[in-house]
Design a protein around this ligand. Structure first.
Ligand code: CA
Length: 230
């Protein structure tokens, strides 16, 4: 089997070389570029399996690159991990809202980044299989059946509203993925639906309460949003 290809966009050459060394050791094929423009050109010509994208770049920054990759049919499904500066929660939120799948805060250990890469590549394969909206999801003690609109915890049926069901289904389809409130809203209802960020918090509180012990499966990621327990 061909190895996964990873495109690294990072202007700091020592970090780029560190990543190249560590990722190649893991068996990945690595292409390194030092500008956002070069990253986009490369990704369009030869879409990689995953992109590691630094936020701080000369010229186009990582956000610009993320936006372009997400709006191009050739690259829009490629998982993106952003490298963000320590303490910049707003960067994390912005990156996730632009469509990045995950982030690692600098300075990072290559081991942590590799774990995230492995997880995303695995999830990408699962989501492709799961992309059927009608698939019944079994996660821990929870079963979500989108055809019957049924949720069960340890076999017992739970009554949710349509919006609560939509949010739970959306999160449970991608365990371990962090979603901002905006992405949850657009994922569940489409961008034009008029619910606020605050409503998402209320809905999530409601879902957790109704799920009882299984409510812990929906985790709060401080300053960012929510994720379904991996
Ligand atoms: Ca940089």
């Amino acid at each position: 089997m061909a190895s996964y290809s990873i495109l690294v966009v990072e202007d700091e050459e020592d970090i780029l070389e560190l990543l190249r060394y560590n990722l190649q050791k893991e068996g990945y094929t690595v292409v390194g570029v030092v500008t956002g423009e070069a990253g986009i050109a490369r990704a369009r010509n030869e879409p990689p399996d995953l992109v590691v994208l630094d936020v701080m770049l000369p010229g186009m920054d990582g956000f610009d690159v993320c936006r372009v990759l997400r709006s191009d049919a050739r690259t829009k499904a490629v998982p993106i991990i952003m490298l963000t500066a320590k303490g910049e929660d707003t960067d994390v939120v912005a990156g996730l809202e632009l469509g990045a799948d995950d982030y690692v805060t600098k300075p990072f250990s290559p081991r942590v980044l590799i774990a995230r890469i492995r997880r995303l590549l695995r999830q990408k394969a699962e989501v492709e299989l799961d992309d059927d909206d009608k698939k019944v999801l079994a996660r821990h003690s929870l079963v979500v059946d989108p055809v019957r609109f049924e949720v069960r915890v340890d076999g017992e049926a739970i009554e949710l509203t349509a919006t609560e069901f939509g949010i739970l289904h959306f999160l449970a389809r991608r365990p371990g993925w962090v979603f901002t409130r905006d992405r949850i809203i657009s994922g569940v209802k489409g961008d034009n639906y008029n619910i606020t960020e605050r409503t998402v918090d209320v809905q999530i509180a409601g879902i957790r309460k109704k799920l009882g012990r299984a409510g812990r499966l929906i985790e709060t990621v401080r300053g960012v949003g929510y994720r379904f327990k991996e």
